[in-house]
Design a protein around this ligand. Structure first.
Ligand SMILES: Cc1cc2nc3c(=O)[nH]c(=O)nc-3n(C[C@H](O)[C@H](O)[C@H](O)COP(=O)(O)OP(=O)(O)OC[C@H]3O[C@@H](n4cnc5c(N)ncnc54)[C@H](O)[C@@H]3O)c2cc1C
Length: 324
């Protein structure tokens, strides 16, 4: 049941930050995730603060350093269809295109996509799990077919976002505003593992919101992609996926960032795969080694062992697209 809350439309960013400076306030952008969480009791709010019409948080524009700034309220559909993003930041465009359904892509924002809460059925259900302040991760010995094979520990959620792994692969940052001012956080350090804080998914403090996503200048030699495997062809979260950003020098890999989705509580940077391909020709042997490296250290639960060969396969297949 949806509990009663006050609804406030912030008139400016400053106004929003003042309204959000209370532990029981929640930011509302597109509302596609927040309202479900409130209805399911996974989150509570005395005040919901709408930031959805703040002009400062809208728009896609070049930055002085040659990168791109996406306002936090940019919709997923705008990102998927944007010509410069398609051309220069393909992984992000491809990831945005496979988020949920057209309706959700039109309503959901990039800020909300990065800050959405986990989809674990225990977290969303009537369970006082560790992420909600309880003592137990019910997925550890329960229904865990969609859960993490890396980084689980106190809680075994997987991070639900498709855009986050693509943005981490592309070296993006977020600008954050809050009661103590503004700061820029590299997305690679934005997400939080359960053994750091089991009740949070990001480093955002009380009252802080994401105002912008900042993409670095596109490296002309860098190619990027996002491949997602899901149970159904239509809207569904990733069972496993991989974002790649790769630059070649001649026939060898010169730069590589590899980030897995659907397998860990945060977008999971696979430095093992990066090491396996850096300086190498992308031939069948390298791909096979990279696939082995992708699953090294995996700790599957009772029902999600299928993710191990799935990750192997998706990494091998995605890298194969970069073969000469
Ligand atoms: C059926 C369904 C299928 C989905 N499938 C996918 C999928 O395949 N892949 C995928 O990536 N996502 C998927 N999603 C998630 C969807 O993309 C997100 O719900 C959406 O992007 C959230 O954006 P929003 O603007 O609606 O956020 P809201 O619902 O408004 O907010 C979500 C959360 O983020 C916080 N928040 C919002 N904006 C900010 C901000 N600027 N700064 C700080 N905190 C903020 C809110 O307080 C809230 O906790 C799915 C959702 C549904 C309902």
């Amino acid at each position: 049941m949806l509990r009663t809350f006050a609804y406030v439309r912030a008139g400016s960013l400053d106004d929003a930050l003042k309204q959000l400076d209370a532990a029981s306030s929640r930011a509302h952008a597109g509302g596609t995730d927040l309202l479900g969480c409130l209805r399911d009791g996974a989150m509570t709010a005395d005040t919901v603060v709408s930031i959805g019409h703040l002009a400062d948080l809208k728009g896609i524009a070049p930055t002085p350093d040659g990168g791109l700034r996406l306002g936090a309220l940019t919709t997923i559909a705008e990102i998927a269809g944007h010509a410069v993003i398609k051309d220069k930041y393909s992984a992000l465009s491809q990831a945005a295109a496979v988020v949920a359904s057209p309706q959700l892509r039109n309503q959901g924002t990039i800020g909300g996509n990065l800050c959405q809460r986990p989809r674990c059925w225990y977290f969303r259900g009537d369970y006082e799990c560790s992420r909600k302040g309880g003592d137990i991760c019910y997925a550890a010995d329960g229904e865990n077919q969609y859960h993490a094979i890396f980084g689980g520990s106190l809680c075994h959620i997987v991070h639900p976002s498709d855009t986050a792994p693509a943005l981490v692969a592309l070296g993006a940052s977020v600008r954050v505003a809050g009661p103590k001012g503004a700061r820029v956080v590299p997305l690679e350090t934005f997400f939080v593992l359960p053994d750091v804080d089991v009740q949070k998914e990001t480093v955002l403090g009380q009252g802080e919101i994401v105002t912008d996503v900042l993409l670095p200048p596109a490296d002309p030699g860098l190619k990027s992609s996002y491949r997602k495997v899901r149970a159904r062809g239509s809207w569904d979260f990733a069972l496993a996926g991989v974002a790649l950003a790769i630059a070649m020098k001649g026939d060898r890999v010169d730069k590589a960032r590899v980030v897995l989705s659907g397998v860990a509580p945060i977008p999971w940077r696979s430095t093992g795969v990066e090491r396996a391909i850096l300086g190498q020709k992308l031939d069948a042997r390298t791909l096979s080694r990279a696939a082995d490296a992708a699953v090294a250290g995996a700790e599957p639960l009772a029902q999600n062992g299928y993710k191990v060969p799935l990750v192997r396969g998706v990494v091998e297949e995605a890298l194969g697209a970069y073969m000469p």
